[in-house]
Design a binder for this molecule. Structure first.
Ligand code: IMP
Length: 192
């Protein structure tokens, strides 16, 4: 099955391809000649993901899905949340975003946080959403080099290591993305 994945983030495509298996082929936006930036103006993952998928579907007419993820930190009243990509500024690197979180959390004993992924799928005009969460804690310094984004500062519950220290395979068995894409896969099976 071929679907447009409304992203150009190679890390995300690689994780999702690994979770979903070889029977799915995902085309990135550049591969379907979609080069525009899609704004994410809303304050929920659901609304941003919905807009992204609808924009691509209306423009290309191709079955597609958008996947939006945020890191929600209890002590920061849910920040960076929907602003996770640009927490330390519009063009911030992952390392700068991590540093800003660590600084904001300095000395704070409440380290609780979770990742949430929301997927909006549009097939033949029918819109469905799926979500997954992974709960854990923010550690006090960046640790590990695997994964991407906030992985070096996030340790999932019942894990000794951060997402950036475990292998992609291991992350893909427990992550927010895995949980959301399991529901997505179950739904796709009902269509075939
Ligand atoms: P978006 O879903 O592309 O808007 O990503 C939001 C932000 O969260 C980006 O800074 C990503 O790097 C980060 N992010 C998304 N998924 C993950 C993940 O699985 N681990 C760590 N950071 C992530």
């Amino acid at each position: 099955m071929q679907l447009v994945f409304c992203t150009n983030n190679a890390h995300k495509v690689s994780e999702v391809s690994q979770i979903m298996g070889p029977q799915f082929e995902f085309l990135r936006l550049h591969q379907v000649a979609f080069y525009d930036e899609i704004p994410e103006p809303f304050d929920t993952l659901e609304a941003n993901s919905n807009t992204k998928a609808k924009t691509v579907y209306e423009r290309t007419g191709l079955d597609c899905f958008a996947e939006d993820t945020g890191l929600f930190i209890e002590a920061l009243q849910g920040a960076p949340g929907v602003y996770s990509a640009r927490y330390a500024g519009e063009r911030a690197t992952a390392s700068e975003n991590n540093d800003k979180v660590l600084l904001a959390m300095q000395g704070n004993p409440n380290r609780k946080a979770y990742f949430k992924t929301v997927i909006t799928l549009i097939i033949s005009g029918v819109v469905k959403q799926f979500a997954g969460e992974c709960h854990g804690t923010i550690i006090t310094e960046k640790t590990g080099v695997q994964g991407f984004g906030y992985d070096p500062i996030f340790k999932a519950d019942n894990q000794e290591l951060t997402f950036a220290e475990i292998s992609p395979n291991e992350k893909n068995t427990i992550s927010h993305r895995k949980k959301a894409f399991d529901l997505f896969a179950i739904y796709l099976k009902t269509l075939s």
